[in-house]
Design a protein around this ligand. Structure first.
Ligand SMILES: NC(=O)c1ccc[n+]([C@@H]2O[C@H](COP(=O)([O-])OP(=O)(O)OC[C@H]3O[C@@H](n4cnc5c(N)ncnc54)[C@H](O)[C@@H]3O)[C@@H](O)[C@H]2O)c1
Length: 441
C-alpha cells in the first residue's frame, strides 16, 4: 500500500494494471520483461530520446526530482550530440552522479535508436525536433511507458491525428503524459487562468499573443554531409522537421489562449513572409506571421510572431473580457478601467520546467494516473499549424478542414542517404511558400 495516498496503487501494480487495460488496444510485449518486475527496488528508469539542448535540460530536471530515478538509456540521431549531452548531464548532476547510469551498450544512434532506448525505461523523455514526435510518441505508448514529451507534438495534420489516436490509447492504458507547455505547470499562470475560469474578467471577447524576438542558430553546411544530414542538423529551418517558428515557439502563447478559452479556434486567416531571413542558410521558414484566430464564441485572437533582429521583443499574452483584462507576463488582472483586481507576486513563482518533472515523477512513483496532456498538446500544436497554413496560403481556413486534411509533409524514408521532402535548387535555395500561390501547407 502506498503510504502517501491509500487510494493509489503501488507503481508496480499500477503498471501491471495498466497492462491489463491494454488488451485489444495495442500489443504490449515488453510488459513481461524485466523492466518492471525485476528486483524489489523502486528505481524509476529514464530514457532520453533527442539529446539536444532541451533534452539535456529535461533529463537533468527528471534526475533532480525527489524520486529514486536513474538515466539508463539515451538515443540521438547523431553520436556527437548524444556524447555532449551525456557530458553536460554528468556535469549538471555533480554530487548525484549515481543517477546517471548510461552504459555504453545503452547509447543508441540513428533513426531507429528511439525504439531501443524506449524499451529500457519506465519513463521516456521525447525531445527531438517535433516532426518525429508522432512516431516516437506512438512507440512509447505502444511500449506502455510514462511520457514527458516536448511541444510541438507534430508538424502536420497527419501527425496531429496520429498523436490524438495514440493519446486516446495512452489514456485507456492510464499512462501519464506531460507535454512541455510549461506555462501549464507555472503557478502564476495557473492562478491567472483559474480566475479567468471563475469569471474574473467576464466573457473573453478578444486576445493578443506575441512571440517576437531575434531567432535561432544556423549550422553551416559541412563537407561530407548528405542533404538529409544537413536538414537534420538545421532542423529549425525545414517545415517537415520544425513546423516553422509559429509552431515551434509561438505555440506556447497560443496554448495559453486556448487554455483560457477552454477551446480551440474554429477558423483563421493571416499573413506572413520572409523579410530579412532569406538566404540559403535559412531553409524554408518565414521570419514573421500574423494570424487572426476565430473562436466559436465569436472571440478573436490576434497573434504575432517574428524573428527579426533589431525589432521590438515581446513574449506575452493578453486576454480581454467583458469585465476586465489579464496581462499574463505581469501576472495581473485588472478591471476595464485599469484597476488591479489581482496581482500574483512573481518573486514567488515556481520553476515550471522543474515542476513538470516533479509532478510527473511524483505521480509515477505513487502509481497515480494524473496527466493526459497529449490531446490538448496536439490541439494547441494544430492551432499553430492552422496559423501556418493560413500565412503560407493567404486563405481563411477552417479548423475542421485543416485537421482532417490528411496533409502529411514527412519523408517516406528515414535514412541519411534518403531524399528529404524538399531539396535546394541550383542556387542552394529551398521552396518557400508564396501567399496566393501556395495551396494550404
Ligand atoms: N518547452 C520549451 O520551452 C522548449 C525549449 C526548447 C526546446 N523545446 C522543444 O524541444 C525540442 C528539441 O529542441 P532543442 O532546442 O533541444 O533542439 P536541439 O537541436 O538542441 O536537440 C534536438 C536533438 O534531437 C536529435 N534528433 C533529431 N532527430 C532525431 C531522431 N529522429 N531521433 C533521435 N534524435 C534525433 C538531434 O540530433 C538533437 O540532438 C523541440 O521540439 C523544441 O520545440 C521546448
Amino acid at each position: 500500500m502506498n503510504q502517501k495516498n491509500p487510494n493509489a496503487q503501488s507503481r508496480r501494480n499500477f503498471v501491471k494494471t495498466s497492462s491489463l487495460l491494454t488488451g485489444g488496444l495495442l500489443a504490449a510485449p515488453f510488459l513481461s520483461s524485466a523492466n518492471y518486475f525485476s528486483g524489489a527496488d523502486d528505481v524509476i528508469k529514464i530514457a532520453l530520446i533527442g539529446c539536444g539542448g532541451r533534452g539535456t535540460g529535461a533529463a537533468v530536471q527528471a534526475l533532480s526530482t525527489k524520486q529514486n530515478v536513474r538515466l539508463v538509456a539515451m538515443a540521438d540521431a547523431f553520436k556527437d550530440r548524444l556524447e555532449s549531452s551525456l557530458q553536460n548531464i554528468n556535469e549538471a548532476m555533480e554530487g548525484k552522479k549515481d543517477r546517471v547510469q548510461v552504459k555504453e551498450e545503452n547509447k543508441f544512434t540513428g533513426f531507429d535508436a528511439y525504439k531501443k532506448a524506449i524499451a529500457m525505461a519506465d519513463v521516456v523523455i521525447l525531445t527531438t525536433p517535433p516532426g518525429f514526435r508522432p512516431i516516437h510518441f506512438e512507440e512509447a505508448v505502444n511500449q506502455n511507458k510514462q511520457i514527458f514529451m516536448e511541444k510541438p507534438v507534430a508538424t502536420d495534420p497527419n501527425g496531429i491525428q496520429r498523436v490524438l489516436k495514440a493519446a486516446e490509447i495512452a489514456k485507456a492504458k492510464k499512462l501519464n503524459v506531460v507535454v512541455g507547455l510549461q506555462r501549464r505547470y507555472q503557478n502564476s499562470y495557473r492562478e491567472l487562468i483559474k480566475r479567468v475560469h471563475d469569471g474574473a474578467i467576464g466573457d473573453i471577447v478578444s486576445a493578443q499573443a506575441w512571440w517576437n524576438n531575434d531567432g535561432v542558430w544556423v549550422h553551416p553546411r559541412q563537407p561530407g554531409w548528405t542533404e538529409m544530414e544537413y536538414q537534420m542538423r538545421n532542423w529549425y529551418y525545414f517545415v517537415w522537421l520544425c513546423g516553422d517558428h509559429i509552431t515551434e515557439q509561438h505555440i506556447h502563447n497560443l496554448d495559453v489562449i486556448n487554455w483560457a478559452m477552454e477551446g480551440y479556434p474554429v477558423m483563421a486567416q493571416g499573413m506572413g513572409g520572409r523579410e530579412v531571413r532569406k538566404g540559403k542558410d535559412y531553409g524554408q521558414i518565414f521570419d514573421h506571421h500574423f494570424v487572426e484566430f476565430h473562436y466559436g464564441n465569436g472571440a478573436i485572437l490576434n497573434s504575432q510572431c517574428r524573428h527579426i533582429k533589431g525589432t521590438m521583443s515581446k513574449v506575452d499574452e493578453l486576454l480581454i473580457g467583458t469585465k476586465g483584462k489579464v496581462f499574463c507576463d505581469e501576472a495581473r488582472i485588472t478591471d476595464n478601467k485599469g484597476k488591479t483586481l489581482y496581482q500574483f507576486d512573481k518573486k514567488t513563482d515556481n520553476q515550471p520546467y522543474q515542476n513538470e518533472h516533479d509532478e510527473l515523477f511524483a505521480a509515477v512513483a505513487n502509481g497515480e494516473f494524473k496527466f493526459w496532456d497529449a490531446e490538448r498538446g496536439a490541439k494547441s500544436s494544430m492551432t499553430s499549424i492552422l496559423g501556418r497554413m493560413c500565412t503560407y496560403s493567404g486563405q481563411m481556413i477552417e479548423w475542421d478542414k485543416a485537421i482532417n486534411s490528411g496533409i502529411n509533409i514527412m519523408p517516406e524514408k528515414y535514412d541519411f542517404a534518403a531524399t528529404p521532402p524538399v531539396l535546394p535548387n541550383a542556387d542552394g535555395l529551398y521552396l518557400v511558400a508564396v501567399p496566393g500561390v501556395t495551396k494550404y501547407v
